[in-house]
Design a protein. Structure first.
Lengths: 315, 252, 319
């Protein structure tokens, strides 16, 4: 079953990728002299950016769920993404010509702190009330989001805030998306540590009794989630719900052993975001609807279905 | 008189009550007994119009529960469901005062206040009136809830397992108070009771339900026999006569 | 339920405080033509008061029928739904068509739609609130995201070049106020507020929950319906005026509850409305006059309200 789902998703992704390469204002008919350039500079980078983002956000979501030990949290709605935006905002404020690496470091650090803060809050919630956690996380995220908007408003940087918070791929061209490869690399790193996250998902006691350094695994997980979120927010903006919807569906199809499911999760994430990006490009051609908006609708609907459908295998 | 005629009830296709017909005369204490899932609570809810009647008729002194306006019924019967919890910030006096609402609709007079104090006193709560409901013990809160139904001054009181979570002393005190409510104040009390011996000791009438049907009814001394209780609960229940009352020895 | 014969001292204090803040708001740092200043500031003051009272009343009402203190109309997505309906109306009629509608008719249409949608959606959802509160709240929060995203989606479809971001933004704006809309909102809020006041004793009983309320002779279903209609009216009024405000109501009712320590709506309703007015007028004074910041009260209010929500949830579970 696992292999079937994975290969099926891969095939679907390939089809969507081709569609993505062929969709756009400029017609790529053979014989068009500029076609090759458009493909190389704009279409291909965009398609790759979408795939990298979708895959790494889905993985980050899954890792975060293991850390928080709850199925209904993900970075962009639970403060990580907002933390990253806050970090970039602060760098812009205090060190306006900071190198990109410093920006990323600040964004990752703030994302890390925000996520760590969430973990501390969540630890105080009773494990018997699984839905309390996403509720608190959602509000926690919006409180940090309010801080970001407040600072943005005061400094007249609101339009940047808008860019960071609403994911969009229309600006992606060659030379402006490459950071996402780093994000993809981090997702691969998550795969290498998959077993440890699976165990961490069982809780501190189970981890310790299996000889795992729980604290270090949690820190590693926090790093992965924060860096992926920071890179994504800075490059294309927040892509909501991928981190919740994809791991939940994957868990129903594939189970909960991360080493076996992570590749499938990454593929599903890439497929979902690519499909939504295509929808955004096609619905009102030649204009575009940001993928963040499309996913806000699609993701919210799927989330509601997950929430009210038959219960998943674990809280 | 309470008339229950051909009442059947099903929840998502599963029958809870099947063709229950029952007449309870006014006055006295009637205990509703039966194993878990027999339909006791459902029957009480239907009598108190908390659930919609699907088939059959229920009336109190000729007032049909489905056709009589709900505010009029509130002057005829009072109901206490089991496990009633209130989120609002209420003192025990506030709680009991709510029982007067059907009479004054939010504008209590001095008569209403006197009745509230009377109810508090009857249930031994006069010192606790100003305490908040979440600060007192479960037994005290439970008594306040029963006092609230008493303060409603209705002819009929329907109580669903009021002895839940009460220790021996509190349970006995509550049952004696209910006895007093029936004897001295002339009310009709219908109470769902889990523990047969409380029913034997304090009730005038026993009504037993099993699997949604009426199993038997009658005076405790007549119906609380080994055969009947054994059949009702599906387990042997030795019964002895102690001081002229049947006592079930179901602990051994 | 024995209402106090003399007005509650705490209410009187709140009222005096609010009046003092209003006076400060109107006069502090004013220069030039007084007639103009008072008219300009008066309009904004009125808007703050109307919005505050509307949100406070709507939240108290909603919490009463839902039987929980972390459930509010805005947390359940009412505001976002209103914005979606506004956007949907423009989408259906076209920008020109919608603009051509008389303001009253348009507002009435939006209000009617909200009422229908709210009753349909929340009437059915509310039934399960007591059993599964967290699922309920989470559903509401996600519905809010869904409605906001749908509004954003529709706005892109309406006019991708210059769609109005302001309406879809997640934060209320207390900046420029349309005086015609203000009059309408004030009237609607006053009517709904009066309705709520007249129901105050019934609300006390409703707060006990469905079964006790029926036992005490209340037509529960009808009362809840009526309350939801009032809530829809109040949310329409405040959202039309300033936009969505997610957590403010929660902050206000939490404070009112702490201050009044009572279940009586005769005290809770005015207390919540007064506290809301104090928070908004005082907040605007501090943010705008003292800190010299530009219209960000909506964000500050959300921040504080969100914190209040977290504190409430963490505390509730500590009990």
């Amino acid at each position: 079953m696992t292999a079937g789902v994975t290969w099926g998703t891969a095939a679907l992704l390939a089809v969507l990728a081709v569609a993505s390469l062929l969709t756009g204002v400029i017609d790529l008919a053979p014989g068009n002299p500029g076609a090759w350039g458009v493909l190389l500079v704009s279409r291909l980078p965009r398609t790759l950016a979408v795939i990298l983002t979708g895959a790494s956000m889905a993985v980050a979501g899954l890792v975060m769920q293991m850390l928080v030990r709850n199925r209904y949290v993900e970075p962009t709605t639970s403060g990580t993404g907002q933390g990253a935006a806050l970090g970039i905002l602060l760098v812009t404020l205090f060190w306006s010509d900071a190198p990109i690496l410093a920006q990323m470091a600040a964004a990752s650090l703030c994302a890390l702190l925000a996520t760590g803060g969430l973990l501390l809050v969540v630890r105080r919630l009773p494990p018997t009330q699984p839905l309390l956690v996403p509720m608190v996380a959602l509000v926690y995220g919006s409180v940090i989001g309010a801080v970001v908007v407040f600072i943005g408003y005061q400094l007249d940087l609101l339009q940047y805030v808008e860019v960071w918070t609403n994911g969009e791929f229309s600006g992606v061209i060659l030379g402006r998306y490459e950071l996402l490869w780093a994000s993809g690399a981090v997702a691969v790193a998550a795969y290498l540590a998959a077993d440890r996250f699976t165990i961490a998902g069982l809780g501190r006691e189970a981890s310790v009794s299996l000889g795992l350094d729980y604290g270090r695994v949690v820190l590693l997980g926090l790093l992965i989630v924060s860096v992926v979120s920071a890179l994504t927010v800075a490059t294309v903006g927040m892509i909501p719900f991928v981190g919740i919807v994809v791991p939940n569906i994957a868990s129903r199809l594939l189970g909960d052993n991360l080493r076996a499911t992570l590749p499938g999760v990454a593929l599903l994430g890439a497929t979902l975001v690519l499909a939504c990006d295509l929808i955004g490009r096609i619905v009102r051609h030649p204009y575009e609807i940001p993928v963040g908006t499309v996913l806000g609708v699609v993701g919210a609907v799927v989330f509601l279905l997950l929430l009210h459908g038959r219960p998943g295998r674990a809280g | 008189m309470i008339e229950i005629l051909g009442v059947s009830h099903a929840i998502s296709g599963r029958p809870i009550l099947s063709d229950v017909t029952l007449r309870l005369p006014s006055g006295g204490v009637t205990a509703l007994i039966g194993p878990n899932g027999a339909g006791k609570s459902t029957l009480l809810s239907l009598m108190a119009r908390l659930q919609k009647l699907q088939a059959g008729r229920i009336s109190f002194d000729g007032l049909d529960v489905t056709r009589t306006p709900t505010d009029r019924l509130a002057l005829k019967l009072a109901i206490l469901r089991q496990d009633t919890v209130f989120g609002a910030r209420l003192t025990l006096r506030d709680l009991v005062e709510f029982g007067r609402y059907p009479h004054h609709r939010g504008r209590p007079g001095s008569g209403d206040r006197a009745k509230v104090e009377q109810a508090l006193a009857l249930f031994g709560l006069h010192d606790l009136g100003d305490r908040y409901a979440d600060e007192v013990s479960g037994g005290q809160r439970q008594r306040a809830l029963v006092a609230m139904t008493f303060a409603q001054e209705t002819d009929y009181l329907l109580l669903d397992e009021p002895l839940n979570n009460l220790d021996m002393a509190h349970a006995r005190h509550l049952m004696r108070t209910l006895r007093e409510v029936a004897d001295r104040h002339g009310r009709t009390v219908v109470v769902v009771i889990h523990e047969v011996n409380y029913a034997a000791a304090h009730a005038d009438r026993i009504v037993a339900l099993k699997e949604g049907r009426l199993a038997f009814e009658g005076a405790p001394a007549e119906v609380l026999t080994e055969e009947r209780l054994g059949a009702l609960y599906g387990t042997p229940v030795p019964v002895r006569q102690v001081d002229g009352r049947p006592v079930a020895l179901h602990y051994g | 339920m024995a209402g106090p014969a003399v007005p509650d001292k705490r209410l009187a204090t709140l009222l005096v405080l609010l009046l003092a803040l209003c006076a400060a708001f109107l006069t502090l740092g004013a220069r030039g033509d007084w007639g103009f200043v008072l008219a300009w500031r008066g309009t904004r003051l009125a808007a703050l008061l109307v919005v505050g009272a509307a949100i406070a009343t709507a939240t108290v009402l909603f919490q009463t029928v839902s039987g929980n203190r972390i459930l509010t109309p805005s947390v359940m997505g009412f505001d976002a739904l209103f914005v979606l309906l506004q956007t949907g109306l423009v989408f259906a009629l076209g920008g020109v068509g919608a603009a051509a509608l008389p303001a009253l008719l348009r507002f009435g249409l939006e209000f009617g739609l909200l009422m229908g949608a709210a009753l349909l959606l929340f009437g059915t959802l509310l039934g399960s609130a007591r059993q599964d509160l967290h699922r309920m709240v989470l559903t509401g929060l996600i519905l809010g995201v869904l409605f906001r995203s749908l509004s954003g989606f529709l706005q892109r479809l309406i006019d991708p070049n210059d769609f109005v971001v302001a309406q879809a933004s997640s934060f209320a704006s207390f900046g420029a106020i349309d005086s015609q809309l203000l009059a309408l909102a004030a009237f609607l809020s006053a009517a709904a507020g009066l309705g709520a006041w007249r129901m105050r004793h019934r609300l006390d009983v409703l707060a006990l929950g469905r079964d006790p309320a029926i036992g005490l002779g209340l037509d529960h279903a009808r009362s809840v319906l009526l309350v939801l209609v009032l809530v829809a009216a109040l949310v329409s009024a405040s959202t039309a005026l300033v936009g969505p405000v997610t957590f403010f109501g929660l902050l206000v009712t939490a404070l009112a509850d702490r201050l009044m320590r009572t279940h009586r709506h005769a005290l809770l309703l005015p207390a919540a409305a007064l506290i809301a007015g104090i928070a908004l007028v005082g907040g605007q004074l501090v943010v705008e006059r003292l800190l010299g910041l530009t219209a960000t009260l909506g964000v500050v209010v959300e921040f504080l309200g969100g914190l209040a929500f977290l504190v409430l949830v963490l505390r509730e579970r500590a009990r």
